[in-house]
Design a protein around this ligand. Structure first.
Ligand code: UD1
Ligand code: CA
Length: 455
């Protein structure tokens, strides 16, 4: 049977106290809804419909071009009412899986298990045993069989003792779901159309109702406020780090690392505390990341060492590079093998060939540096004339003294040496020493000014 997935995401998320709709709140660097779409993918549904709320156009905008179907629920009249909004364009002969935009940690295996257990004409609900079930719908069973759900606000004292709760996730044949939704009323404590009322309707119609249990409470955790968002963040981070440790990645403290994207690691990688990885990051065999680093959309080659306190974005390194402490690699920084980038060095849109060193207090932008080059402390490539950017080219084996300005566009020939303090504006020939500075003079008998009295 073909599958339609309906994701309820119309809740306003008032408790977030944020201008951002709840399902766009970031978890591990991506909107909550992106996590739901990701675990949904395991079911290969051919139709995914998101029910979004009035005034939350930012949600369809954020997920444009992903082949999703959108249904507006203008007024929030309950979960049953929300599902109704998605029904008109849902094919009758599909199965419908109902998911929630604010439940980001479900495992795809759980959904696959739910689907595998459910026949084409049957209903399934995902439940879980809660230590503290307060606030949730309780699952009432008779002789082990699910007979209905009762909401907290409508439950008797005895029913409130039940620890098996409704997660909200449900799988139903579309045609039956439509039939039951048509019959829903809102005569209950909250005056809402409860999706959960269809459970008892199914039982009445003699339809088998499966109550499938999720393995952990964490999986079905719904996010309503910033505290729950932070709890979900830690739970997800723990999951990501566990996977990496199982692959052999070493962490000084698994609870002090954040992965907001995809981190893939080779063998014998070690990551010290407070490292943040964003976007697509690849760490080659034997790389070591010291404490307090932000690394985004970057690929580090075998054996590369990143010392503490670096900010690295959009960079690529070869093997055995050494970066930092306190270095900044910006997009387009491409280091070959055995390159050293030291403290307070910024590199942008530049290539640095094998074995070159840029060790102290330097800005390299729009530059190509050859092999075996030494760039002295305080060197600046002056790449910007106030309007346009220009490139600097530095040949192999060049030695650049300290405090040099290279005014681009400019070319330094192979093996040239630039004297400290020079401001280079013209091409430098291969193998030559070039010095550009005024002659040192001595002013004899000169006295320092003395402090005047107060006037
Ligand atoms: C619902 C279930 C309850 C279950 C709990 C799990 C019903 C009647 N109750 O209760 O059995 O234990 O979830 O968390 O279904 N939503 C809409 N439109 C609406 C109402 C809700 O899109 O009109 C969305 C919300 O954005 C939210 C989800 O549905 O993501 C759950 O809604 P909520 O009002 O929080 O349901 P609960 O009362 O918690
Ligand atoms: Ca809720």
């Amino acid at each position: 049977m073909d599958l339609t997935i309906v994701i309820l995401a119309a809740g306003q998320g008032t408790r977030m106290r944020s201008d951002l709709p709840k399902v766009l709140q970031p978890l591990a660097g991506r909107p909550l809804l992106a996590h739901v779409l990701e675990y949904s993918r395991a079911l290969a549904a051919n139709d995914v419909c998101v029910v979004y709320g009035h005034g939350a156009d930012a949600v369809p905008t954020a997920f444009a071009g992903q082949g999703l179907r959108w249904a507006l629920q203008a007024k929030q009249n309950g979960t049953g009412h929300a599902v109704m909004q998605a029904m008109p364009d849902t094919p009758d002969d599909n199965q419908v899986l109902i998911l929630f935009g604010d439940v980001p940690l479900l495992l795809p295996e759980t959904l696959q298990r739910l689907r595998a257990a459910t026949g084409d004409d049957e209903l399934a609900i995902l439940t879980v045993d809660m230590d503290d079930p307060t606030g949730y719908g309780r699952i009432v069973r008779e002789h082990g069989k699910v007979v209905r759900n009762v909401e907290q606000k409508d439950a008797s004292d005895a029913e409130r003792q039940i620890r098996e709760i409704n997660t909200g996730v449900m799988l139903s044949p579309a045609v039956k779901l439509k039939h039951w939704l048509d019959k829903l009323g809102n005569d209950n404590a909250q005056g809402e159309y409860y999706l959960t009322d269809i459970i008892a309707m199914a039982v009445n119609d003699g339809v088998t109702v499966h109550g499938i249990k999720a393995s952990k409470q964490e999986e079905v955790m719904g996010i309503n406020d910033k505290k729950q968002l932070a709890e979900a963040e830690r739970a997800l981070q723990a999951r990501l780090v566990d996977e990496l440790m199982a692959q052999g990645v070493g962490f000084a403290d698994p609870s002090r690392v954040d992965i907001r994207g995809n981190l893939s690691c080779g063998k014998d990688v070690f990551i010290d505390i407070n490292a943040i990885f964003e976007g697509e990051v690849v760490l080659g065999d034997g790389t070591k990341i010291e404490s307090n680093n932000l690394i985004r959309d970057t690929r580090l080659g075998t054996g590369t060492l990143v010392h503490s306190n670096c900010h690295i974005e959009g960079a690529v390194t070869g093997a055995n590079c050494e970066i930092g402490p306190f270095a900044r690699l910006r997009p387009g920084a491409e280091l070959a093998d055995n390159v050293k980038v030291g403290n307070f060095v910024e590199i942008k849109k530049s290539t640095v060939a094998d074995g070159s060193k840029v060790n102290h207090l330097t800005y390299i932008g729009d530059t190509d540096i050859g092999k075996g080059v030494n760039v002295g402390a305080g060197t600046i490539t002056c790449n910007y004339d106030g309007v346009n950017k220009h490139r600097t080219t530095i040949g192999d084996d060049v030695f650049i003294g300290s405090g040099v300005n290279l005014v681009a566009p400019v070319k330094i020939g192979k093996g040239a040496t630039i004297g400290a303090g020079s401001t280079i504006t013209k091409p430098v020939a291969e193998g030559q020493l070039v010095i550009e500075r005024s002659k040192q003079m001595t002013v004899r008998g000169w006295k320092r000014p003395v402090k005047k009295g107060a006037d």
